[in-house]
Design a protein around this ligand. Structure first.
Ligand code: NI
Ligand code: MN
Length: 222
């Protein structure tokens, strides 16, 4: 058991246990740091945290090319369904059993819209595959229930936004990691544009390993 985790840049990732590959927030077209082309993404499932364009990204094209199922908040799933895509709807507090394992949706303090259309609650997502639990916090502010979510889901890896302005910066992301208590914390959602320029060396949660990932980099976690 184990997974490979590939950074797509910004907040996007590919998780794979071999037979199953799950893309999270695959934003590639228009992503200045992306090294992966949408056509190169092979996956059976896509999980979205919220409706903003820097997260939905290339979901429609990738889902169509791969006949992939998308797991997302109710309003996003409805919108994707209207585009001819198979989508499974969830919402914070809920879990969906999937061919790769399961995905749970958690709260995130943010907003969620796409082309001016309301896209429901923004979410964090917890993806379990290959015996590994990965908590992508989505775009969010700090909130103390992260401690409760960490106790419930016991994630191995947490992907934590640290770019500031639209999400937590490195100092608050440090507090978030200390609440969630994953084995490894990866800072995300920084460095994509000048507005998100960020020195993440201040991201230093006590007792938790930090791994920074470059776009296109793959990490084998067993
Ligand atoms: Ni956002
Ligand atoms: Mn974002």
């Amino acid at each position: 058991m184990g997974i490979s985790l590939t950074s797509l840049g910004h907040a996007g990732f590919l998780l794979s246990d071999g037979p199953h590959t799950v893309a999270i927030d695959p934003f590639l077209t228009g992503n200045p740091v992306a090294t992966t082309k949408p056509n190169d993404v092979k996956c059976q499932s896509i999980v979205l945290t919220h409706g903003h364009a820097d997260h939905v990204g290339d979901t429609v094209a990738i889902a169509k090319a791969n006949k992939a199922t998308v797991y997302a908040a109710f309003e996003i799933a409805e919108f994707l369904g209207s585009q001819g895509i198979t989508a499974e709807a969830g919402n914070p507090g809920g879990k969906i059993v999937a061919p790769f394992g399961w995905v749970a949706f958690t709260q995130a303090f943010h907003s969620s819209s796409y082309n001016g259309q309301y896209m429901g609650m923004p979410c964090g997502v917890i993806v379990h595959l290959g015996g590994v639990t990965v908590y992508h916090l989505g775009d969010t502010a700090l909130f103390s229930d992260l401690k409760l979510l960490g106790e419930i889901y016991r994630p191995d890896i947490a992907l934590i936004p640290a770019g500031d302005r639209f999400t937590m910066g490195p100092e608050l992301a440090t507090r978030a990691a200390e609440f969630v208590k994953p084995k490894v914390a990866v800072p995300i959602h920084y460095g994509t544009w000048p507005l998100l320029a960020q020195d993440v060396s201040a991201f230093k949660p006590k007792g938790i390993a930090v791994r920074t990932m470059k776009p296109g980099e793959t990490w084998q976690y067993a």
